[in-house]
Write a protein of this length. Structure first.
Length: 263
């Protein structure tokens, strides 16, 4: 019985140690807030925006891009997103003085992947109408987490360049051409192993000669490590220890109390 109790205690202690190690490994990897990708001071980004997909201004996660434009312009930025990342794009448009406007206007924020497929927003205010008296309008779009791979027919977000487009979709004809100032930011959150998949692209979805030369920190697919590896190893070791303990429990300990004659 002493052996069984010792093995049971060892399994329990090993389990506590493994879960503590897994928690420490998760804490050791910098969180989005600590890395400045999701929270903290915003870094200065490009001061101009492109007018087409090919001329999109390069914008890194955590940076704020600004642009002086006119009502009716199409403004483009390009953001690199890697597998396991979920981006939230926000935009603020400073509108012309209310006295110079002739009515309300509807602004729209769209995000496209490297193949120029429009990506759906999980949540956020992607389209918003600004009243004639409004000073500014704010929009946001939280994308689905980027997957390492997907079926050819799927429209899942994959690693590569993502194009942010900001424009007015409905405005009075007399207001077209009036000056506005736009601010755009992309905050990135690492989703970890909960949404990881066993797949990988041969290359990110980036045009052959893109206007954006930026890459995620650590290069493409730099986030291959996830806490799923730690939990898988911990579960396997715990299962092995539990098997050893169960074997010792069913086998019994010591010699039998009665020894057959002649033994």
């Amino acid at each position: 019985m002493r052996t069984v109790r010792t093995l049971t205690a060892a399994v329990a202690l090993a389990g506590v140690g493994l879960f503590a190690a897994a928690g420490a490994a998760s804490a050791a990897s910098p969180s989005p807030a600590a890395s400045g990708k999701e929270a903290g001071p915003t870094a200065a980004g490009p001061t101009e925006a492109g007018t087409t997909f090919r001329t999109a201004a390069a914008l890194l996660p955590g940076q704020e891009g600004t642009a002086d434009a006119s009502v009716g312009d199409y403004l483009y930025w390009a953001v690199p997103l890697d597998s396991g990342q979920r981006a939230t794009v926000t935009a603020t448009v400073k509108l012309p003085p209310a006295a110079s406007r002739h009515g309300s206007a509807t602004w729209r924020l769209d995000v496209y992947d490297g193949l120029r497929r429009r990506q759906a927003c999980m949540y956020g205010m992607q389209t918003r109408a600004a009243a004639k008296a409004a000073d500014s309008v704010e929009l946001s779009c939280t994308l689905r987490p980027v997957r390492a791979g997907a079926e050819p027919w799927a429209n899942d977000p994959l690693p590569g360049s993502y194009y942010v487009r900001l424009t007015v979709s409905d405005a009075a004809q007399e207001d077209l051409g009036q000056p506005v100032r736009a601010r755009v930011r992309a905050a990135v959150k690492e989703t970890g192993g909960a949404l990881a998949v066993d797949a990988a692209l041969a290359a990110p979805l980036t045009p052959p000669k893109p206007a954006v030369a930026a890459e995620p920190e650590g290069g493409w697919s730099g986030g291959w490590w996830s806490d799923r590896w730690v939990w898988t190893a911990a579960g396997g070791l715990l299962a092995a220890l539990a098997g050893i303990g169960g074997y010792a429990l069913t086998r019994g300990t010591g010699r039998p109390s009665r020894v057959p004659p002649g033994a």
